[in-house]
Design a protein around this ligand. Structure first.
Ligand code: ZN
Length: 115
């Protein structure tokens, strides 16, 4: 299934290809503030319609994950990072995808606060 995603103002736009089943809901200081519901998938499933330098990037902790956001409207539709083995991954904030019924998704709690 192919999903279209964007920030609120539309400056950041992208498509994602995959089967959306469960999403991670993390309670760490960052995820809880932004309300992320994250869908992890290989980086090459994410197709950007916006140049990377047109987005803001926020990092913290070990600075291994780039949380991208729209400098105009402030939405944070996805993050980019690498797995310990070096494989590039994307974490999509499914709240920014069109046609997703949030209530039907299985939310998996992640205790990021304790790490
Ligand atoms: Zn925007």
């Amino acid at each position: 299934m192919r999903y279209h995603g964007s920030c609120h103002c539309g400056r950041v736009a992208f498509d994602v290809e995959g089967e959306l089943g469960q999403v991670l809901e993390c309670n760490c200081s960052h995820c809880s503030r932004k309300g992320y519901l994250l869908w992890f998938l290989p980086r090459d499933r994410l197709e950007l319609a916006t140049p990377e330098d047109a987005m803001g990037s926020y990092t913290f902790n070990k600075h291994v994950i780039q949380h991208r956001f729209c400098p105009q409207c402030g939405c944070a539709p996805f993050a980019l990072g690498t797995k310990p083995d070096g494989t590039p991954v994307a974490a999509i904030n499914v709240r920014c995808l069109e046609g997703v019924e949030l209530a039907t998704l299985q939310r998996v709690p992640v205790d990021g606060r304790s790490y």
